[in-house]
Design a protein around this ligand. Structure first.
Ligand SMILES: Cc1cc2nc3c(=O)[nH]c(=O)nc-3n(C[C@H](O)[C@H](O)[C@H](O)COP(=O)(O)OP(=O)(O)OC[C@H]3O[C@@H](n4cnc5c(N)ncnc54)[C@H](O)[C@@H]3O)c2cc1C
Length: 386
């Protein structure tokens, strides 16, 4: 596997073990059927608990039986999952970074005990409801709201593009609390609560091996105990997104690496004009550029892990890494596809599947444009969002 600057030699024993476990799991349990799942638009649900048993959900958190691995180990895990399919990494990202992290960081002891062990084991599935039909890049304009009602709240609104909502047991719904000046709060809503519906979004052309849906909340009554007590305002959802985007910055490198390895192998085996296409300078230039771009992205992700471990990572660092690494993977997957000629457009090879998936990764968790504006603001002190 491409590791041109030998990052491997700096890994701890534990990090190497996590990486190898994830690589083997993906190769034995997911890779053989992922193309079929992608074509069918299904997620291999049987692996959800297996990933739980292996400690793949929020492994960088501690307590409640969680592994408390290093941030680099967590990143390597995301990289291996996404080397298989962005949908697989999305499952682990949502469960770990977008559902378990906020419960861990902002939940009550009762919420932690109730949800974290089951989510960690994959016995329960969580989803994260922030985006709405009319409010994507600007979630602070959300319309979903909560109204005080006796000893709890009544929730109304619609969330869309929610990964795993149709198969989720619990939804973390972000809503404005009308009884407290429209402050944004997080509500843990069990999806079997009366008034909750989670329709699946069909016919996606990207991230097909991932279940995506809506969350409709129609006069949904929840107890006071459903509110995450320790966070208010947009800091709540945005801090979760920082965690998930960290994993994406690593994961996208995995998708690109898989495209590179597929193209490299193909170039040495496919013969035209009496020999392997890899002997042509045009093909070598593509591989050289791909390897360089992947290596730069690996180094960026690795440095990001170091900053995160030290507690010095800023959301803007994550924006730069997510923005760069996903764009890189999106661009390089297309080059890899091109190198495979006609075979490259089939599901027998991974590059075009990765390429289609990366359209989602480029768009979700802050679009490429929005991260550009985050960096622009950080560099100039001037906001350019509106
Ligand atoms: C498969 C999939 C899974 C997802 N999973 C989840 C999930 O689990 N939970 C969740 O809450 N959300 C999820 N999302 C939603 C995702 O985060 C949003 O799609 C994303 O934030 C963009 O919002 P939008 O689609 O409404 O696009 P819009 O915000 O309408 O943007 C449209 C275009 O306008 C550009 N744009 C917007 N504002 C500006 C600006 N100020 N300046 C310049 N350009 C701008 C954007 O970059 C984009 O190109 C998912 C999306 C997909 C596709």
């Amino acid at each position: 596997m491409l590791d041109y600057f030998d990052l491997e030699s700096d890994l701890t024993e534990e990090e190497r073990m996590v990486r190898n476990t994830a690589r083997e799991f993906v190769s034995d349990r997911v890779r053989p059927d992922i193309g079929d799942h992608w074509l069918e638009g299904t997620f291999p649900k049987e692996i959800i608990t297996e990933m739980g048993e292996l400690g793949f959900y929020a492994p960088n958190l501690d307590g409640y039986g969680l592994p408390n691995l290093s941030e680099r180990a967590y990143g390597l895990l995301m990289q291996e999952l996404e080397a298989c399919d962005s949908g697989l990494r999305s499952m682990a990202s949502v469960q770990g970074a977008l559902v378990m992290y906020p419960i861990h960081a902002y939940g009550s002891d009762e919420q932690k005990e109730r949800y974290l062990p089951d989510l960690s084991a994959g016995e329960a599935i969580g989803c994260f409801g922030l985006t709405e039909p009319e409010h994507g890049s600007n979630p602070s304009a959300m319309e979903t709201h909560a109204e005080r009602d006796g000893d709890g709240y009544v929730l109304d609104g619609t969330k869309t593009w929610i990964t795993n909502s149709p198969i989720a047991d619990v939804a973390l719904v972000w809503a404005k609390d009308r009884s407290a000046d429209d402050t944004v709060r997080g509500f843990l809503v069990d999806t079997d609560t009366a008034g909750v519906t989670t329709n699946k979004i069909e016919e996606k052309l990207s991230l097909r091996a991932s279940i995506t849906g809506e969350i409709h909340l129609d006069d949904v009554h929840v107890e006071e105990s459903a509110v995450l007590p320790d966070v208010e305002g947009m800091k709540g959802p945005l801090s979760c997104l920082t965690q998930a985007r960290y994993g994406i910055a690593w994961g996208a490198v995995g998708a690109a690496r898989d495209c590179f390895e597929t193209a490299r192998e193909y170039a040495t085996e496919r013969e035209q004009f009496g020999g392997p296409i890899g002997r042509f300078q045009l093909q070598q230039e593509k591989l050289a550029e791909m390897a360089t771009q992947i290596t730069l992205a690996q180094l960026l992700a690795d440095r990001l892990a170091e900053l995160k471990e030290r507690g010095e990572m800023r959301p803007q660092h994550v924006s730069m890494a997510k923005r760069n690494n996903v764009r890189m993977a999106r661009d390089q997957s297309r080059i890899a596809r091109e190198m495979l000629g006609g075979n490259g457009i089939t599901a027998d090879y991974s590059p075009m599947r990765h390429m289609a998936n990366l359209e989602t990764v480029y768009t979700y968790e802050g679009t490429h444009d929005i991260h550009t504006l985050v960096l622009g603001e950080d560099l100039t002190g001037l906001q350019a969002y509106q």
